[in-house]
Design a protein around this ligand. Structure first.
Ligand code: MD3
Ligand code: FE
Length: 205
């Protein structure tokens, strides 16, 4: 087949061993005591079904002002905690060997959480990929094309799976239809955790 918007999409199933997944959960939980999960509200005023926080110099936030990256937690006003070294290493291997990520969005999905089809367009330079780590319950991920109405395909993302969204896939529409509650015991409260490593600002700042 010819070029497709999902051409730069790579999935690495079971990339993270259980011991690494467990260490990551400990790293994340420690940081969430400093930057607690909160429920974001869309620019249209609807609370999202996913809870969020961020790690690193910049964090993705939404509110009446729209979508943006900011250096403080919107509720505590504190700077975001650091990105765990394990994730920085993962990025240097799969994302970019030279430029580190400056943002890690933490999404937590409960039994009824979903994320509608969207594009990630709030970053300065789309030449950098996004690296996504799935932990806990399996998520039903959907990825389409550059246009919202392009055909989509559905992929299960299980705990320890890592995705790299580079090339044309960087601007592909994507979302999470639902999770499979009870499919993992990794996250103590049950649910799914997704970590997306990104370069939000330009490479030279
Ligand atoms: C395809 N997160 O945080 S991860 C997001 O599972 C987001 O929480 C989903 O979409 C989640 O923006 C999907 C896989 C993913 C992440 C970023 C992408 C797919 C992507 C960026 C561009 C294209
Ligand atoms: Fe996204």
């Amino acid at each position: 087949m010819g070029n497709s918007a999902t051409d730069g999409f790579r999935i690495f199933p079971h990339h993270l061993k259980l011991e690494v997944q467990t260490a990551l959960v400990a790293d994340i939980r420690e940081r969430l005591t400093v930057a607690p999960l909160y429920r974001p509200v869309t620019p249209g005023g609807k609370p999202m079904s996913v809870e969020m926080s961020n790690l690193g110099p910049l964090g993705w936030c939404t509110g009446p002002e729209g979508y943006r990256y900011q250096d403080r937690h919107p509720e505590t006003g504190n700077p975001w905690p650091d990105i765990p070294p394990l994730l920085l290493d993962l990025w240097s291997g799969l994302g970019d060997p030279d430029v580190p990520p400056d943002a890690c969005l933490v999404n937590v999905y409960g039994p009824g959480s979903r994320m509608g089809l969207h594009q990630d367009r709030d970053e300065a330079d789309f030449r950098f990929p996004v690296v996504s780590v799935s932990l806990g319950d399996t998520g039903i991920f959907r990825i389409g094309g550059l246009n919202r109405t392009d055909p989509t395909r559905s992929i299960r993302l299980a705990s320890g799976d890592v995705c790299v969204l580079g090339g044309p896939s960087r601007l592909a529409h994507h979302g999470i239809d639902r999770i499979l509650p009870g499919s993992s015991r990794l996250w103590p409260e049950g649910g799914r955790l997704n970590l997306t490593l990104r370069r939000a600002g330009s490479a030279r700042c």
